[in-house]
Ligand binder design. Structure first.
Ligand code: COA
Length: 201
């Protein structure tokens, strides 16, 4: 059963300035693999890992099975996997996960961009586009972003967008080989009246 009680249609590409968000496509597998390989050191500290220790080094194997899985999740309505593009080039990913329907109508967002384009405000724009999509198209009530306290760059992203700090969850997500505390930030549809893009500088 799809968490929202219905399948999710492939989102139409969303753009603002030089940043575009569109659903991950099969053709993204190889560019993403190369990007992950190139950004190994940049991403490792912030990457979700499996507590069993299973898993592969990102970028070391084909991304085709992962992209197929992400596309299946989109069709099943259990997640929305976006590629982040800058001037038409894939430079990162933004994932909508933990979709809950019923009385919650909520989701979480995670993201990364390649080090070679960091510091250009790409992530805040991508997150604003995604939140507006989740509120306007999927009619969600609440979106959550959880960040390790050590991740100053990512904390700046939610700060720039004015998300509300809700509190710390101890040992919340398995990241880089251990259970890590996370600071959780939220925005509800009521908070975001007028759209999140207005908050992008
Ligand atoms: C967190 C991240 C997505 C921010 O993306 P971004 O598009 O660079 O976001 P911004 O341009 O708004 O920059 C945010 C902050 O990053 C820091 N930053 C900027 N350029 C940087 C660089 N080259 N290297 C390291 N940090 C940098 C600055 O503190 C900046 O804040 P400022 O604009 O107030 O100076 C990106 O740094 C990243 O992908 N990091 C690795 C993966 C990750 O942490 N994902 C999030 C997990 S919760």
């Amino acid at each position: 059963m799809a968490p929202l009680g219905r399948p999710i249609e492939e989102p139409t590409p969303l753009s603002f300035g030089r940043v575009t968000l569109r659903a991950v496509q099969r053709g993204d597998a190889e560019p993403l693999r190369r990007l992950l390989q190139r950004n190994r050191g940049w991403l490792q500290r912030w990457e979700a890992t499996h507590p069993s220790g299973q898993g592969v080094v990102p970028g070391s194997v084909s991304m085709r099975p992962t992209v197929r899985l992400l596309r299946r999740q989109l069709r099943a309505g259990s997640g929305v996997p976006f590629a982040v593009l800058y001037d038409g080039e894939v430079v990162g990913q933004l994932s909508v996960s933990e979709l809950s329907g019923g009385a919650l109508q909520s989701a979480q967002i995670g993201y990364w961009v390649s080090e070679h384009v960091a510091g250009r405000g790409i992530a805040p724009t991508a997150v604003a586009l995604a939140i507006d999509y989740l509120f306007d198209e999927l009619r969600l009530h609440r979106v959550e972003i959880c960040i390790r306290p050590e991740n100053a760059a990512s904390l700046r992203v939610v700060e720039k967008l004015g998300l509300r700090y809700e509190g710390r969850r101890d040992a919340y997500i398995h990241i880089d080989g251990a259970w890590r505390d996370h600071e959780c930030y939220v925005v509800t549809r009521g908070d975001a009246a007028g759209g999140m893009l207005r908050r992008v500088g």
